[in-house]
Ligand binder design. Sequence first.
Ligand SMILES: [Zn+2]
Ligand SMILES: [Zn+2]
Length: 80
Amino acid sequence: MAKKRIQKIPKNVILKCPSCSGKNKAIVSIDISPQSFICPKCNFDVKNPLTQCCVICAFSDKKCPRTLFMEARVKGFELR
Ligand SMILES: [Zn+2]
Ligand SMILES: [Zn+2]
């Protein structure tokens, strides 16, 4: 039997500011998919483009817990 694939929920992500390209560390909260963040480097109010579920999915190289949970259910991953 195939071993179940395990995917980790990231504890923090690097959000890339679309205005100044600054990289900002953000803590991931399990039940929140943030719709905006203020870039601490240039104070730009970064909003989630509506094509993505949240700013983590849109501006970081990781996916938010909500997306990971959905993927895990569809693909049979185990989430830790
Ligand atoms: Zn910025
Ligand atoms: Zn998301």
